[in-house]
Design a binder for this molecule. Structure first.
Ligand SMILES: Nc1ncnc2c1ncn2[C@@H]1O[C@H](COP(=O)(O)OP(=O)(O)OP(=O)(O)O)[C@@H](O)[C@H]1O
Ligand SMILES: [Mg+2]
Length: 213
């Protein structure tokens, strides 16, 4: 069976982690070989980079450094894990990928879009998602979820370096994702993330089923 590469995107707290796990179980139920992974991270090297780039400790981290670390994590991820898995027929579900670079480093941080596209092409060697799900949520609801009581224990309610950015930053991230969906409607599907976990997962499964056919 043909492998597939599905990415899950969206602003902080939209439900990426929750929904990617549910999606993986749904796909396993369909009898598919499937792996769940994430960016930054996904490999031993990438997880080290993730810890570095998201740590709230490094307030002095330059946007350019952040951009290059994200790209480095992605290069390792594609070469070591994503490309071999898809070639072997596996469905790869990945929380955040190239679109996150456009939304965060482009729309939110202001890097030139053409530069980011080149960087993404270098990091991925041309590997592109077959389907990208953007879970859309208004920024306040997302941040409340991300910082909320549910996560208070896991994160001490403090948030990582990117979550700590101001509301304007997160609004630009959201706008970036919605623009990407408009620009590439065949690949990028917007999922309404404001409903219950069950409502969101049902919408995701309908979209994924259509693409897996
Ligand atoms: N549809 C939903 N309704 C209410 N709460 C939700 C919903 N989906 C997820 N949550 C809760 O919101 C919090 C954030 O969800 P989750 O971690 O899945 O989002 P995320 O997009 O992965 O966040 P982050 O950007 O921080 O990685 C979690 O505590 C989760 O249980
Ligand atoms: Mg998450």
């Amino acid at each position: 069976m043909k492998g597939r590469f599905i990415t899950i995107e969206g602003p902080e707290g939209c439900g990426k982690s929750t929904q990617s796990e549910i999606l993986v179980n749904y796909l396993k139920g369909l009898g598919r070989e499937v792996i769940l992974t994430r960016e930054p991270g996904g490999t031993r090297v990438g997880e080290e980079i993730r810890a570095l780039v998201l740590s709230a400790k490094y307030e002095e981290m330059e946007p350019l450094t952040e951009l290059l670390l994200m790209a480095a994590s992605r290069a390792q991820h594609v070469l070591e894990k994503i490309r071999p898995a898809v070639e072997a027929g596996t469905v790869v579900v990945c929380s955040r990928f190239t679109d996150a670079t456009i939304a965060y480093q482009g729309y939110a941080r202001g890097f030139d879009r053409a530069l980011l596209k080149t960087m993404n092409d270098i990091a991925t060697g041309g590997v592109k998602p077959d389907l990208t799900l953007v879970i859309d949520i208004d920024v306040t609801t997302g941040l409340r979820r991300a910082f909320g009581v549910e996560k208070a224990e896991a994160k001490s309610g403090e948030g990582d370096r990117l979550e700590k950015e101001d509301i304007g930053f997160h609004e630009r991230v959201r706008k970036g994702y919605l623009d990407l969906a408009q620009a590439e409607p065949g690949r990028v599907k917007v999922i309404d993330g404001s409903g219950t976990i069950e409502q969101v997962s049902a919408a995701i499964q309908r979209t994924v089923a259509a693409v897996l056919k």
